[in-house]
Design a protein around this ligand. Structure first.
Ligand code: COA
Length: 464
């Protein structure tokens, strides 16, 4: 049975920090953020916003846009790594908010949970709900998967430039207008590791930045290898002589903690895919270097990072590789459109991959590309660590959905934060009732109970 994404809606907080302001305040060259990490603006939540209300706002949008009632929804999953409760699932808060609009008890038939695995859990939620539909359990109802996060790092840390906030809701059904997932090829990899984690009670993660970059590549490639085997053995993709499976993928959407990570991941995958093909020798000639190998090719990530000579040579090799016209052509045609929104919004953790997908659809459509029948490959990564690689095909009816997509209109008028206000919000020095913006047709958090018997209960209202 066909199953996939029928529509998607984005909710991004309207406050933002300009990368140039952050660079100035931290004494960093602005070019490092703009060009090196590919960040120009980072969305920041107002004092009265939490990941649950971001998720509810994205959910309400998709329901209203598609004129859906609660009866049409069979499952509502929220995927996040910004949870604020150890037990109560975030989708229950979202249901509570939606019932303020649709009536008390209107969602009581609807199942769902909160899923967690750093930035990859939304992909697991999509996969599980797609299979719920494929299994014939949906009885004509939709599933909604909402990915919602506030990416927050310590002030002054190297991760500070890779913050952001937002939620994306995705409507799944058995006759999707946007994308049908390729069946039986979704592949995963998993490993117990500590590249990035957030112990109980800590608001910001403990991050080993360069380690996490490398682990991302390694885990994605493992899942990619498994996906490759499946697409070839199932006959979904036929790979000719001197070809790689990537030649048969029209677009690649990668997890984007910052936009240039997409380019790095593409370079990593291509180097491994092209190495055994005749085209590699042409590239080596153009690059003018032999491909470097580490002192200990079977070593750990630490041993690689400590192998300074290899790291420097490898960095130079990758730089020259990404400057070749072969790489550039592929980058521009298969990846670049997915990076545009990330530059202007920042890191959305679970939602980053799907903001990239949304960006690809919107900007390819604006460029007049006919996307119908195009295959998209997805590379999802979550620290800790797991990767998921899967694919899908854009459906003939996609234009009816994509023609109305405009990320700028969807966000609304944005307001640049003064650096002082940014730091105050970051350090939680402003209370819920000191919000900087007036909410417009959106849910906001108005109170967190403090009495022992109700401690932690959250109250939300919808502002007309
Ligand atoms: N002008 C232009 N580019 C510059 C520059 C300048 N003045 N200075 C540095 N850069 C480039 C670097 O060359 C590098 O790009 P490249 O690797 O393509 O060459 C890029 O900017 C980043 O520089 P780097 O030194 O690697 O940054 P960093 O070590 O300070 O931090 C992260 C980068 C990603 C490790 C850090 O932001 C982080 O920890 N983020 C959170 C964790 C994360 O996102 N992990 C990703 C996997 S999930």
């Amino acid at each position: 049975m066909v199953a996939g994404i029928d529509d998607m809606a984005v909710y991004i907080p309207r406050l933002y920090v300009a990368a140039s302001d952050l660079a100035k305040a931290r004494g960093i060259d602005p070019a490092k953020l703009e060009k090196g990490l590919g960040i120009s603006k980072m969305a920041i939540v107002d004092t009265n916003q939490d990941p649950a209300c971001l998720a509810a706002n994205a959910c309400l949008k998709i329901m209203q846009k598609n004129k859906l009632s609660p009866e049409d929804i069979g499952r509502l999953y929220v995927s996040t790594e910004s949870a604020f409760d150890e037990s109560k699932a975030m989708n229950s808060y979202v249901i509570g908010m939606l019932e303020q609009i649709y009536g008390s008890g209107s969602f009581e038939h609807c199942g769902g949970i909160e899923t967690k695995f750093a930035c990859v859990s939304g992909s697991y939620a999509l996969y599980d709900n797609t299979n719920w539909i494929r299994a014939g359990e949906a009885e004509g109802k939709y599933a909604i998967v909402v990915v919602s996060d506030i990416a927050k790092y310590d002030l002054g840390s190297s991760g500070e430039a890779t913050q952001g906030a937002g939620a994306i809701s995705m409507l799944l059904n058995d006759s999707p207008r946007l994308l049908a997932f390729d069946p039986k090829v979704t592949s995963t990899s998993i490993k117990d590791d500590y590249d990035f984690y957030r112990p109980f009670g800590k608001e910001t993660p403990i991050v080993h930045g360069q380690y996490s970059n490398l682990l991302y590549f390694i885990q994605i490639r493992k899942a990619f290898e498994a996906w490759k085997k499946k697409v070839i053995s199932s006959g979904l993709i036929e790979v000719g002589e001197d070809e790689t499976v990537l030649d048969h993928i029209d677009y690649l959407n990668m997890h984007l903690p910052y936009s240039t990570m997409g380019k790095k991941a593409l370079a990593y995958l291509l180097r491994h895919e092209w190495r055994c093909l005749p085209r590699w020798q042409t590239l080596i000639d153009k690059i003018g270097l032999t491909e470097p190998y580490p002192k200990d090719p079977r070593g750990t990530i630490e041993s690689l990072l400590n192998d300074r000579e290899f790291m420097e040579k490898d960095h130079e090799f990758t730089k020259r590789f990404t400057q070749t016209e072969e790489f550039q052509e592929l980058y521009e045609s298969k990846l670049a459109s997915s990076l545009i929104a990330s530059k202007a919004i920042g890191n959305l953790y679970t939602a980053s991959l799907y903001l990239g997908f949304r960006s690809c659809l919107e900007f390819e459509f604006q460029n007049g590309v006919d996307l119908a029948g195009k295959r998209i490959g997805f590379g999802s990564y979550g620290s800790g660590a797991s990767a998921m690689v899967f694919s899908g095909v854009i459906q003939p009816e996609y234009k009816a959905v994509v023609k109305d997509m405009n990320i700028e209109t969807e966000i609304g008028t944005r307001e640049k934060l003064s650096f002082e206000n940014y730091e105050m919000i970051h350090e939680n020095k402003l209370s819920l009732d000191q919000a900087l913006l007036t909410p417009k047709k959106e849910f906001v958090l108005v109170r967190i109970e403090t009495k022992p018997e109700t401690r932690g209960e959250r109250r939300y209202i919808f502002n007309e």
